[in-house]
Each structure stands twice: as structure tokens, then as C-alpha cells.
Design a protein around this ligand. Sequence first.
Ligand SMILES: NC(=O)c1ccc[n+]([C@@H]2O[C@H](COP(=O)([O-])OP(=O)(O)OC[C@H]3O[C@@H](n4cnc5c(N)ncnc54)[C@H](O)[C@@H]3O)[C@@H](O)[C@H]2O)c1
Length: 145
Amino acid sequence: MGRVTSLVFAKEGARVAIIDIQEDAGRETVGMIRDAGGEAWFFQADVARSEDVDRAFDAIKTEVGPYDVLFNHAGTIIVKPLHESTEDDYDRLMDINVRSAFLVCRRWSTPNEWSGLIVNASSVSGLLGRRFLVLGVGSPANCAV
Ligand SMILES: NC(=O)c1ccc[n+]([C@@H]2O[C@H](COP(=O)([O-])OP(=O)(O)OC[C@H]3O[C@@H](n4cnc5c(N)ncnc54)[C@H](O)[C@@H]3O)[C@@H](O)[C@H]2O)c1
């Protein structure tokens, strides 16, 4: 979904800065956008780590320029029954889905750096319980800029 959203942003004329932990996939998306005549850049980062988030935003400011739409989409799911879920599963999911949104939105809201809007992707699993997606429920956010 992150790739498709990036392609749609670019098709609509946005200059797209992609942040993802997967370098190959991120660079492939940048290639797809550029091949279609759009503008895109890739910045590798683990968005659950504040130093990575700051490094990526510093680079975007320098290499791309001011940003005005944030689409927060990095996320994952863990599919298993509740009674088999571990505290490590919980911590991993919350770091990737929730802590990342906090860190990215916090950096985005740095005075004099931001304007525009933030879209945080979520899931219907936050509204309707689904079997084996217990740890997905309540994880609100997910990252491309
Ligand atoms: N696919 C769906 O139908 C769907 C529906 C509703 C909600 N969602 C939610 O959207 C989120 C993403 O789902 P998706 O299907 O697009 O998955 P996806 O795997 O296609 O995209 C998620 C991206 O996040 C990146 N990512 C993961 N951890 C990261 C980290 N620590 N730092 C930086 N990047 C990281 C991954 O590398 C991947 O490129 C999930 O939280 C999921 O629950 C998905």
C-alpha cells in the first residue's frame, strides 16, 4: 500500500520522499516513479528509532526541500492467537506501528519546518476485532512522506 500511495502521489505531481527500512524495495519504488516521469527520493531508516527519523528528515530537508504532506504508513501485523503472543511481539508491533507514528509526527511538527497535513494510515482491525489479529488492534499508524 505504501508503494501504491507513493506512485499515486507522484502521478498527482507530488515530489515524493520515501522513508523505509527496506532499501531495495524503496529504491525500486523511486525507480518506478522516475521511469514514469515523476520525482522521488529514498531515505533508509528504521522509523521506530528517533535517531533514524531525525537523520532521514535532515536529509530530506537538504536534498528535497520543504515538505507539506506526511503519509505515515510503515507498519506490520502479527498473526497469532492471543495466548501464544509474547511480550516481545507486543513491543515489536507497538514500536513499528505506534512509536514510529509518534516519532515521525513529532519530528514533522518541529516549529518552522512543517506545513500542510498528516495522514496516519490505520486498519479496520482497529474497529472490528479479527481472529488472530489481536496485536493489530489498536495500532493506529503506519511511512512515506
Ligand atoms: N494491506 C492491507 O490491506 C491493509 C489494510 C489496512 C491496514 N493496513 C495496515 O497498513 C500497514 C502497512 O501494511 P501494508 O499491507 O501496506 O504493508 P507493506 O508491508 O506493504 O508496507 C509496510 C512498509 O512499512 C515498512 N516498514 C516496516 N517496519 C518499518 C520500520 N521499522 N521502519 C521503516 N519502515 C518500516 C516495510 O518495509 C514496508 O515497506 C500495516 O500496519 C497494516 O496493518 C494494511
